[in-house]
Write a protein that binds this ligand. Structure first.
Ligand SMILES: Cc1cc2nc3c(=O)[nH]c(=O)nc-3n(C[C@H](O)[C@H](O)[C@H](O)COP(=O)(O)OP(=O)(O)OC[C@H]3O[C@@H](n4cnc5c(N)ncnc54)[C@H](O)[C@@H]3O)c2cc1C
Ligand code: FES
Length: 274
């Protein structure tokens, strides 16, 4: 994956719409023309809660078109609770776009996208870009229960074939979303975003069916911009995303840690040592 050198800065955005998609799941639409224009599929922002009492939180950019960018998030703690209390007309500062997103080069014809839970927030932009480029995109989307399967219709309207799963069987296939991937026809590439156990399962299934996968790792970020090294993951030295430190033979280390916020959040499955 190539490192993208894009302008990221703090954007003062205005909330133009706020919708509760499910209990505890909020979609904030922002008037943010520069952010919308600069964001590439799979990139994220650090959203800065207005009171300044809570730290910034990493959120994928869900939609980005014309003047409009939107953030889709689950209320899990202090930061997302404060963001959820924003109303239409209020200001939200966001730093971004940040990180390296999905690599959509190589003109794949058949693409599987696997989303688990909040992972759905980071995969609409790549799905739209791939469909625009002529790919056939199948979305495998899993959640704990039917009420938390948000925006599935949005993906169908965008041209994806959608397959759903729930852990409790209240909608779609009863079981893990990766079971659906395992049974699917062969794809050229798999893109995935979701909790770590799901991503590990995607990596295993992708290896089994002989296809590469790009995994967008979820991690709690502190700085989000590569400064604190608090979000590292070991990767192979040959990865294009490996920071250029000297090897052990030259006084360095053979263990190469990449910062998920800076070199990621998206990595190829065969580049990760986890
Ligand atoms: C690149 C990136 C993009 C992200 N995009 C989104 C997004 O678009 N929408 C969204 O809802 N969230 C997203 N997240 C996750 C979000 O940043 C975290 O959940 C964040 O910690 C929420 O802050 P908080 O203060 O509200 O909750 P916290 O107090 O940080 O966490 C509350 C509870 O949730 C658990 N938790 C924290 N982080 C995670 C996680 N990543 N996965 C599972 N459980 C967790 C904690 O263990 C704790 O019990 C993203 C994370 C990354 C790294
Ligand atoms: S969160 Fe600080 S380096 Fe990644």
């Amino acid at each position: 994956m190539t490192t993208l050198d894009l302008p990221s800065r703090v954007h003062a955005t205005l909330v133009t719409d706020r919708r509760e998609l499910a209990p505890g799941v909020v979609l904030l639409e922002l008037d943010a023309p520069e952010l919308a224009a600069a964001t590439l599929p799979g990139q994220f922002v650090m959203a800065i809660p207005p009171s300044g009492e809570a730290a910034a939180t990493a959120l994928g950019v869900y939609e980005a078109e014309m003047r409009r960018a939107s953030l889709l998030f689950f209320i899990t703690g202090k930061r997302t609770r404060e963001l959820a209390e924003l109303h239409v007309g209020e200001r939200l500062d966001v730093l971004g776009p940040l990180g390296n997103g999905f690599d959509l080069s190589g003109s794949p014809r058949h693409v599987a996208i696997v989303a688990g839970g909040v992972g759905i927030a980071s995969v609409l932009l790549p799905a739209q870009a791939l469909i625009r480029a002529g790919a056939r995109v199948q979305l495998f989307y899993g959640a704990r229960t039917a009420a938390l399967l948000v925006e599935a219709q949005r993906f169908a309207d965008a041209g994806c074939e959608v397959a759903l799963s729930t852990d409790d069987g209240t909608a779609g296939y009863h079981g893990y979303v990766t079971d659906l991937l395992e049974r699917s026809r062969k794809h050229d590439v798999v893109l995935a975003c979701g909790p770590s156990p799901m991503l590990r399962a995607v990596a295993r299934v992708a290896a089994q069916i002989g296809v590469r996968a790009q995994l967008s790792l979820e991690e709690t970020f502190a700085c989000g911009v590569g400064g604190c090294w608090g979000c590292v993951v070991p990767i192979v030295r040959t990865s294009a995303q490996a920071p250029s430190f000297p090897p052990a033979s030259e006084g360095g280390s053979d263990v190469v840690n990449a910062r998920i916020c800076k070199e990621g959040p998206v990595f190829w499955n065969d580049e990760l040592r986890w």
